[in-house]
Write a protein that binds this ligand. Structure first.
Ligand SMILES: Nc1ncnc2c1ncn2[C@@H]1O[C@H](COP(=O)(O)OP(=O)(O)OP(=O)(O)O)[C@@H](O)[C@H]1O
Ligand SMILES: [Mg+2]
Length: 375
């Protein structure tokens, strides 16, 4: 008696769905996992013919019949089950990818008394597989986009040159405005193409001990020029004791330029952008990510460079997408600024932290490792 009780418990606790039938294909056992996978409660299933419970899944009845009549067992047969959620979760009527193994059940005399099917839910495995296919597709798209960008760049050069020639020949005032538009728009396209090419074929970084304040000063000057017709104040607050960091000036300039540009684009007329730096001591890192202070992993000193604005902020929904290549909410944006910056910072062994409230503003912090010689 006790033994039967334990066996029942084991069956009940299994992660795999267990469905047993007798020789007339009537369901005798239906565990919790089977309920979850099929979306049908055991009280409805037990005592019913298998084909009444799985009317759409004729393949399932077929393999159980084959197991019963021919003694044929199936091992990890992959297929799908139509989930009938109405009884357990109202309105659910999904498709669950599963694999099924079957076996005959015999009594102590060796006579067949039924069959058992073990059902394994493959939904999460499929999600992982799909994710990896998506990544492959993205990598392919990157290469493809780079190829197209490369091809488009040359004719664009021609268009720009021709527009410039034309503008010199045109005597009629006002018409040169059109050629100027052509040149300006070609320049904008060229910039996007450069970014696409950069994205697909990143230059290898050459990290050296550098003073990040020098990089930031250049950016602030450029930022002031960019913000000209917007009355934006850029306020800097540097930690004078900030040691040198390990980095490559050129790509880092690109990163902070992208960040300042985003802030300028996000703020309204009386915008305010703060650029703060400080040292974070005893910073604990796990694979380049911020971790629990007590995790016992390698500690590192990091520099934090914070760009804070009082602009439009980022909605919760968009927050997850802002680092995705080509995601933009701007009419003239390419959506590559943050994706590119993310990669550059990752290559430096650093990372980002973003806090944003819609309508209030955004703070983007970049963490970069401090140079060994400075430690
Ligand atoms: N400081 C910020 N304030 C508000 N939204 C921001 C800020 N920074 C980024 N975003 C949002 O993230 C999106 C992606 O930014 P990203 O810099 O990658 O592309 P972009 O600015 O749209 O185009 P590009 O930088 O290529 O001109 C932006 O379109 C914007 O919606
Ligand atoms: Mg941008």
């Amino acid at each position: 008696m006790k033994q039967t009780y334990i066996s029942e418990n084991i069956i009940e606790c299994l992660g795999e769905g267990v469905i047993c039938i007798d020789t007339s294909l009537i369901i005798t056992v239906y565990n919790q996992a089977a309920e979850r996978i099929s979306g049908l409660s055991r009280s409805l299933a037990i005592g019913k013919h298998i084909s009444d419970i799985f009317p759409k899944d004729t393949w399932f009845t077929e393999i159980l019949k084959k197991t019963l009549r021919e003694g044929k067992i199936f091992i990890e047969h992959e297929n799908i089950i139509y989930q009938r959620g109405a009884q357990i979760k109202p309105g659910v009527d999904g498709i669950v990818p599963i694999n099924v193994s079957t076996s005959v059940i015999t009594d102590s005399n060796g006579d067949m008394i039924g069959a058992v099917a073990l059902l394994r839910d493959l939904s999460s495995i499929k999600t992982i597989q799909e994710e990896s296919v998506r990544k492959d597709r993205l990598a392919f798209l990157g290469t493809f986009a780079a190829g197209v960008a490369h091809e488009v760049k040359n004719p664009l050069g021609g268009i720009r040159g021709a527009a410039q020639l034309l503008s010199r020949r045109i005597k009629e005032k006002g018409l040169t405005e059109y050629t100027n538009v052509i040149v300006r728009e070609v320049d904008r396209l060229n910039k996007i193409l450069e970014e696409v090419l950069d994205f697909a074929n990143p230059r290898k970084i050459n990290p050296l001990p550098i003073n990040i304040h020098e990089v930031l000063d250049t950016i602030i000057l450029l930022g002031d020029a960019m913000a000209q017709n917007k009355e934006v104040r850029i306020i800097k607050s540097y930690d004078p004791s900030l040691p040198l960091i390990t980095g490559d000036k050129e790509p880092l300039t690109q990163v902070f330029l992208n960040l300042i540009k985003n802030s300028i684009e996000a703020v309204a007329r009386d915008g305010e952008i703060m650029v703060n730096t400080r040292v974070l001591t005893d910073f604990h890192l796990v694979e380049g990510r911020e971790a629990n202070i007590h995790s016992g992993h390698k500690t590192a000193k990091m520099a934090s460079i914070e760009i804070k604005d009082n602009g439009c902020g980022i909605s919760k929904e968009n927050m997850e997408k802002i680092f995705t290549p080509f995601f933009t909410t701007k009419a003239k944006g390419s959506g590559l600024g943050l994706a590119l910056s993310f990669r550059i910072i990752k290559e430096h062994g650093g990372f980002f932290r973003i806090e944003s409230t819609e309508g209030k503003g955004t703070t983007i912090s970049v963490f970069l490792p401090i140079a060994e010689i400075a430690l």
